[in-house]
Design a protein around this ligand. Structure first.
Ligand code: NAD
Ligand code: DAU
Length: 333
């Protein structure tokens, strides 16, 4: 197997490359990544027979073709991924998430790459009420943030290449990930890092929003399963079916770090804030025999311990650009 991973210097892509290295030592992996603010090469292997890093933008057809030459599959993670940033400004989201996906699809088609995996999200389905059943693969798409809208647009493009060009594409849609190497802008790593250096933890609105947290390694094993055993044109929902309210998740972080609950600060809500996500993952469980291995409390404790032991990874990320973003995002709330 010769695999092109896009966005492999980000949180999930990096965990996926590490998993492939561990479980499929004969595979060769190319990582195409533009190295945006969210990326870091730390934690990735050195270049070798088994792994090569290509710095390049998925929107650049030449870079895409260079990286995709003679690959057997593409696993497409590269994206602008943070909802709050898409609310501040959505241009890069449309450009990378939609146009970038189109460039990759066209390149894969032209070069005859056999399989294309689109790594997508539960956010394309919109928001659930408290009593609604979880999202299924046939739930209509109803994205509510600019980020989610660009992921839904990309999913539809991917689907169209299957219908129109008979390409073997597969779409995975996963719930909220947590684990090692997550940039400290998302709720859990932000809470961990803030708790570790005594900074306030901002909770949007009443903190009663619900997310189905899944450990990144469980997500990556699911993607590997879809790559090896999934069917062309299919969508697979991935989730741990462990819904937790934001406030409860942050309290768990505070317990694990030994920090005080006084750090919690309720701030004004995210515009258009999705109240609840929940995934029905029965299709991938039944058809592909995948199931999550991490319970949220165990996975979170391990993740907190990882951040405690790896300050040398996250501390350098909190530089000027990060502080400027933090000020814009939280200063006036
Ligand atoms: P991330 O923001 O941590 O990493 C994104 C990576 O993509 C970075 O390394 C960045 O440099 C790269 N990138 C961005 N724009 C690029 C471009 N134009 N060209 C090349 N590389 C570019 O994101 P993540 O949390 O690892 O998410 C990865 C994928 O998984 C995304 O597609 C996201 O929508 C999806 N997803 C994320 C979650 C989650 O909870 N984080 C859940 C479900 C699905
Ligand atoms: O559901 C999958 C999605 O999960 C992925 O597609 C996205 O890439 C990923 O960013 C994530 O989106 P969310 O918006 O759910 O994640 P985030 O960590 O930003 O927020 C989680 C919840 O916590 C959400 O209800 C908003 C809330 N929140 C977030 C931040 C950053 C706060 O209350 N305070 C905060 O400071």
């Amino acid at each position: 197997m010769r695999l092109l991973v896009t966005g492999g210097a980000g949180f999930i892509g990096k965990n996926f490359i590490r998993l492939v290295h561990e479980l499929r030592p004969a595979w060769r992996v190319t990582n195409l990544d533009a190295l945006t603010y969210a990326a870091s090469l730390c934690g990735l292997p050195d270049d070798s027979e088994r792994y090569r890093f290509v710095r390049g933008d998925i929107r650049d057809p030449k870079a895409a073709a260079w990286a995709m030459e003679e690959q057997s599959a593409v696993v497409h993670f590269a994206a602008e991924s943070h909802v709050d940033r898409s609310i501040l400004s959505s241009g890069e989201f449309v450009s990378t998430n939609v146009l970038g996906t189109q460039v990759l699809l066209d390149t894969a088609r032209r070069l005859g790459v056999p399989t294309f995996i689109q790594v997508s999200t539960d956010e394309v389905y919109g928001s659930l009420g408290v009593a609604d059943p979880p999202f299924r693969e046939d739930t209509p798409l109803a994205p509510r943030s600019p980020y989610a809208a660009t992921k839904a647009a990309a999913d539809l493009l991917v689907r169209s290449y299957h219908e129109t060009h008979d390409m073997d594409v597969r779409i995975t849609r996963c719930s909220n990930n947590y684990g090692p190497y997550q940039f400290p802008e998302k709720l859990l790593p932000l809470s961990i890092v803030n708790a570790l250096h005594g900074r306030r933890i901002p909770i949007y609105g009443d903190g009663r929003q619900r997310r189905d947290w899944i450990h990144v390694k469980d997500h990556c094993r699911a993607i590997l399963t879809v790559l090896e055993n999934g069917q062309p044109g299919e969508v697979y929902n991935i989730g741990a079916e462990q819904e937790t309210e934001n406030l409860a998740a942050v309290r768990a972080v505070l317990r694990e770090t030994g920090a005080s609950e006084d750090l919690i600060r309720f701030v004004s809500d995210r515009p258009g804030h999705d109240r609840r996500y929940a995934m029905d993952a029965s299709k991938i469980r039944k058809e592909l025999d995948w199931e999550p291995r991490y319970r949220f409390d165990e996975g979170l404790a391990q993740t907190v311990a990882w951040y405690q032991a790896n300050e040398s990874w996250w501390r350098p990320l909190l530089g000027e650009d990060y502080q400027a973003y933090y000020q814009t995002q939280y200063g006036a709330r």
